[in-house]
Design a protein around this ligand. Structure first.
Ligand SMILES: Cc1cc2nc3c(=O)[nH]c(=O)nc-3n(C[C@H](O)[C@H](O)[C@H](O)COP(=O)(O)OP(=O)(O)OC[C@H]3O[C@@H](n4cnc5c(N)ncnc54)[C@H](O)[C@@H]3O)c2cc1C
Length: 310
C-alpha cells in the first residue's frame, strides 16, 4: 500500500515511521521540515496538556509514555530522559486519569506545597529534547525507507495518492477548511541552570513550567488563544520569568541563552478519524494542542489501526 503523509512535525514523522514498520510504502510531503515546525519548539515534557477528548488522550498518552521508555531503554535514544516534576494547584482535586498509568506519582505532603498553592503532586515523566529528537525521527524515517518531498498544498484535494494521512497541525485550517483549529501561542526561554526537579502550574490561565533538559532548562509559558504572532515579545519574557521565579526563586537570569515561540495547533478535540472522499481514504491526525509529543506514538498506532480496518 502506498501512503502519502502530509506534514513533517512530530505527528507526521511518528506516523510515517509506524506505517513503514507495517511494511507500507510512505512518502512525506510537507511545506516545512525540522527545525522549522511547531514541534521543534515543544518544551517537551510528557503531559496531556490542552488536549481532548480525555478518554482517548489518556490512552494515547499512556501508549506514548511506554513507547518513549522503550526508545530510551531498548533503542538507546538518549535525548529522552526521565525527570521528576512537581505540579502545584490552587485547589485540591482528584488524581487525573493518566496518573494511574505511570509508574511514579504521589500527592505532595502539605509542607512540600509552595506558597500561593494548597495542593500538588510529584510525578516522573519523560523529557524529550526536541532539538535532537526531531533529527532522530527524520533519520529513523529515512532508514526505514521513507522519502520526503517539500511541497505546500492549498487543500487536501491537491494531495496525490489513494491513501493520505493529514498531519498538518495548524495548517489544517487551510488543508481541511477546519476553522476549529486555532493557534495557542507559546513562548519559551532557555536557561543553562538546572532546577533539580521540574516545577509546574499547568492551569492555562497561569501556565508556568521549568522543564530540565540535559543542556538547558525550558521556562514557560504562555497560552495565548488566537494569537498568530511568531515573534518573541519582551513583555512575555518578563511575564514568564516572574512566574517561574515564584516557583523557583534560585532562577539566575544571567544564565539565559535563548528564546523561542510556537503556535500550538489547538482544537476542541484531536481530530483522528477516517474520511472517504470520492475513492480516496484520508486519515486526519491533527489538533493535538499542547500535547502533540505526549500523544504522538499513541496517535500513530491509531492511524495504523484505521488504515488496516479498510
Ligand atoms: C511553546 C510550546 C511548548 C510545548 N510543549 C509541549 C510539551 O511539553 N509536551 C508536548 O507533548 N507538547 C508540547 N507542545 C505542543 C506540541 O509542540 C504540538 O502539539 C506538536 O508539535 C504538534 O505537532 P504536529 O506534527 O501536529 O504539528 P507541526 O509540528 O506544526 O507540524 C505540521 C507540519 O505540517 C506541515 N504543513 C502544514 N500545512 C501544510 C500545507 N498546507 N502543505 C504542506 N505541509 C503543511 C508543516 O510544514 C509541518 O511540517 C508545545 C508547543 C509549544 C508551542
Amino acid at each position: 500500500m502506498k501512503i502519502t503523509v502530509v506534514g513533517a512535525g512530530v505527528s507526521g514523522l511518528t506516523t510515517g515511521i509506524r506505517l513503514l514498520e507495517e511494511g507500507w510504502n510512505v512518502k512525506i510531503m510537507t511545506e516545512n521540515m525540522s527545525p522549522n515546525t511547531v514541534s521543534d519548539t515543544a518544551a517537551a515534557w510528557w503531559y496531556p496538556f490542552l488536549a481532548e477528548p480525555i478518554e482517548k488522550t489518556n490512552r494515547w498518552s499512556s501508549e506514548t509514555f511506554n513507547e518513549l521508555l522503550r526508545l530510551k531503554n531498548i533503542e538507546g535514544v538518549d535525548c529522552i530522559t526521565l525527570r521528576k516534576g512537581r505540579e502545584y494547584l490552587e485547589e485540591k482535586c482528584g488524581r487525573p486519569g493518566w496518573s494511574f498509568e505511570i509508574p511514579y506519582f504521589r500527592i505532595l505532603e502539605k509542607e512540600e506545597v509552595i506558597e500561593g498553592y494548597t495542593f500538588g503532586w510529584e510525578m516522573e515523566a519523560p523529557v524529550i529534547e526536541m532539538n535532537l529528537y526531531m533529527p532522530w525521527l527524520l533519520s529513523k524515517f529515512e532508514d526505514l525507507g521513507g522519502v520526503f518531498e517539500l511541497k505546500k498544498f492549498n487543500s487536501i484535494e491537491e494531495v496525490p495518492g489513494k491513501f493520505i494521512v493529514n498531519c498538518t497541525g495548524i495548517g489544517a485550517r487551510i488543508m481541511s477548511e477546519d476553522e476549529t483549529v486555532i493557534p495557542v501561542r507559546g513562548q519559551v526561554i532557555y536557561i543553562e541552570q538546572d532546577p533539580g526537579f521540574g516545577r509546574f502550574d499547568q492551569q492555562p490561565e497561569t501556565l508556568t513550567y521549568t522543564i530540565p533538559r540535559r543542556d538547558v532548562t525550558v521556562l514557560g509559558g504562555t497560552a495565548q488563544k488566537g494569537d498568530w504572532d511568531p515573534n518573541i515579545r519582551e513583555n512575555d519574557t518578563e511575564y514568564i520569568l516572574s512566574k517561574c521565579e515564584a516557583l523557583w526563586p534560585e532562577l539566575d537570569r544571567t544564565k539565559i541563552v535563548g528564546q523561542a515561540v510556537g503556535l500550538r495547533p489547538s482544537r476542541y478535540e484531536v481530530r483522528l478519524e477516517k474520511e472517504n472522499i470520492d475513492s480516496r481514504t484520508i486519515i486526519h491526525n491533527y489538533g493535538h494542542g499542547g500535547a502533540g509529543v505526549t500523544l504522538s506514538w499513541g496517535c500513530a498506532d491509531e492511524v495504523v489501526r484505521l488504515l488496516k480496518n479498510q
